[in-house]
Design a protein around this ligand. Structure first.
Ligand code: HMH
Length: 231
């Protein structure tokens, strides 16, 4: 058999993240094609579940911002590629818009975002975020977890906007927020940053990163379950 040259070999090589997505397909699908998402997509969604999701997600995003801030600090210290910081900073800027959006959306639904009591699945997820904020957690682990968190929402909400979906008009804005093409491109930019660092990472860091991605997927499933009311 002829030996492939290096360029060919690089082209056919499956990326680390792609390998994990294949290996953990069921869990990934569980997080991105959850019954709650199906119910938005087919229009059968229970509005009190949607409102619960909105309230709880606002609290989550409040904790997500400081997490992203620590990813930015790690990029500055540990990455030699300036575009990493640009991409993370653009994510932070869109989180700033997201707060304005949450307030607008909450008033549209008659929901108050002050004094929301975080539910257990949310507290657990926020505590996990906090563990990733430690300076002892490597940049590779943190940026890959960041990619996974954003991608679950991107993939889930984009599904609600695909041809054939029956998403109610009043929920389309929410789906657009994370399901739009620009957010998709941003997630792909995060993926390529994460992949670049994973390619260079030690086996130990890779293993811990894979575990963090699995944790993210499980917390996301629990978060959807909580939104549906099965706490
Ligand atoms: C629970 N996961 C959860 N909330 C979000 N807003 C995102 C991911 C994406 O930012």
């Amino acid at each position: 058999m002829e030996r492939k040259d290096e360029a060919e070999e690089a082209k056919s090589k499956v990326s680390v993240i792609e390998t994990w997505l294949r290996k953990h397909r069921l869990l990934y699908v569980g997080a991105t094609r959850h019954p709650f998402i199906h119910s938005i997509r087919d229009g059968s969604v229970d509005i009190s579940s949607f409102k619960r999701w909105l309230e709880q997600d606002y609290i989550f995003v409040r904790a997500f911002v400081p997490f992203v801030a620590t990813v930015l600090v790690k990029a500055w210290k540990e990455s030699f590629d300036a575009t990493d910081m640009d991409v993370i900073l653009s994510g932070m800027a869109s989180l700033n818009d997201e707060f304005a959006w949450f307030n607008k959306e909450a008033s549209k639904w008659g929901v108050s975002l002050t004094n929301v009591v975080p539910q257990k699945a949310n507290l657990d997820y926020c505590r996990f975020l906090e563990s990733l904020m430690s300076s002892e957690v490597e940049y590779t682990v943190a940026i890959t977890a960041f990619w996974a968190i954003e991608t679950v929402y991107q993939d889930s909400f984009a599904h609600c906007l695909e041809d054939g979906s029956n998403t109610p008009e009043e929920l389309r804005d929410t789906c657009q927020r994370w399901g739009n093409d620009g957010f998709g491109q941003y997630c792909r930019a995060l993926q390529s940053i994460a992949e670049h660092h994973l390619e260079k990472a030690s086996d130990d860091v890779r293993k811990r990163t894979e575990a963090a991605v699995l944790d993210v997927l499980e917390y996301e499933v629990a978060f959807w379950n909580m939104s549906q009311g099965d706490t």
